[in-house]
Design a protein around this ligand. Sequence first.
Ligand SMILES: Cc1cc2nc3c(=O)[nH]c(=O)nc-3n(C[C@H](O)[C@H](O)[C@H](O)COP(=O)(O)OP(=O)(O)OC[C@H]3O[C@@H](n4cnc5c(N)ncnc54)[C@H](O)[C@@H]3O)c2cc1C
Length: 388
Amino acid sequence: MQKNQVIIIGGGAIGSAIAYFLAAHPRFKGKITVIERDPSYAQASSALSASSIRQQFSTPVNIAMSQFGIRFLRELPQHLAVDGETPDLALTENGYLYLATAAGERILRDNHTIQKQHGVDVALLEPAALQARFPWLDTADLALASLGLSGEGWFDGYGLLMAFRRKARSLGVQYVAAQASSLVRRGNKVSAVRLDDGSELACDWAVNAAGAWARPLLADTGFDLPVYGRKRCVFVFSSPAQTPGCPLVIDPSGLWFRAEGAYWICGLPPPQDGNDLPLEVDYELFDLAWPVLAQRVPGFEAIRMQRAWAGYYEYNSFDQNAILGPHPLLSNLLLANGFSGHGLQQSPAVGRGLAEWIADGAYTSLDLSPLSAQRLLDKRPLLEKNII
Ligand SMILES: Cc1cc2nc3c(=O)[nH]c(=O)nc-3n(C[C@H](O)[C@H](O)[C@H](O)COP(=O)(O)OP(=O)(O)OC[C@H]3O[C@@H](n4cnc5c(N)ncnc54)[C@H](O)[C@@H]3O)c2cc1C
């Protein structure tokens, strides 16, 4: 399976993770080029993320990917140090806390059963125990909560991207600042990637890691990738409230918040979603967030928004899960798309998996085939109940 020229389109966390794992793979001896049109990553999701990691998924493959993700983050210095410089991602393992009213209790219990079967360190808390553990929380309307006891929290996502990139370059990966415009095909293979200036880079393997912009690259390839940019806004706010041990809290309304240094950040799904909308902050969303925050944490009656940003979820409208591995019709074109809000934490598992696919011809550590494009052709969605 050894092939020489690998072109990765998109140098965000996903593309850079694939580049790093492939360059570090003992059985890969080829050349790796990453085409990244914007080395400042101004609009890249990896730079605009909430950068959190959880184990509380409802599908075994997502759980396994995050289990590897947290191991990798904990051991990061030994993997991604360059010239003795070790990246510090300020990994904070404060857990995720899912809150449920009576309406959501069943789903929390079902997810808990799956999570325990797969070794997730998670506990269900009845309202009294929840109140005792987090006295700053209003639990009056709640029936149950699920708290990750280890392996969950947040980290510097942009730092992770930079650490992958720096390490990949130190291992010989070349980054080209250019826009990939299309794929050149010969039979059922991609033979080259065409750049905006008309030049072509020949390849044995091409990888589509173009985030929210992945879909147009597959135009006319016979597979319509259902991935769109869905804008998500994040608000940073201050408050005199005290929330010791604050995890990433997911309110039954869909709003989430977590501590961020001296501040907190929060986000919520917009009442109306649209595809590929311009990345301007919808400030009116904060007016919707504030009453929910104040109801859940009485101390948040007094809050002040400090700043905000907007980024794209690379939203897979079919089933909100990653689409990984070979394109259904072009066997040397690999897809790494559609992460729908959990791509940063999955980047180590994706990088390792696609590197194995190229170097070994198969997933050897963790079988990522449940995330293959085949499920879209078969119309069998891989439903993840825990989408934020
Ligand atoms: C508000 C928000 C909160 C999030 N929270 C979390 C979270 O808590 N945990 C988590 O795990 N994930 C989270 N995510 C999702 C996560 O950030 C993404 O899934 C992940 O960063 C995707 O990485 P990527 O490399 O695929 O995409 P990107 O980082 O967007 O990188 C794609 C790159 O491709 C480049 N590119 C695109 N098209 C071309 C082309 N034609 N030619 C050359 N270059 C091209 C772009 O310039 C870009 O740099 C969040 C996302 C957002 C927006």
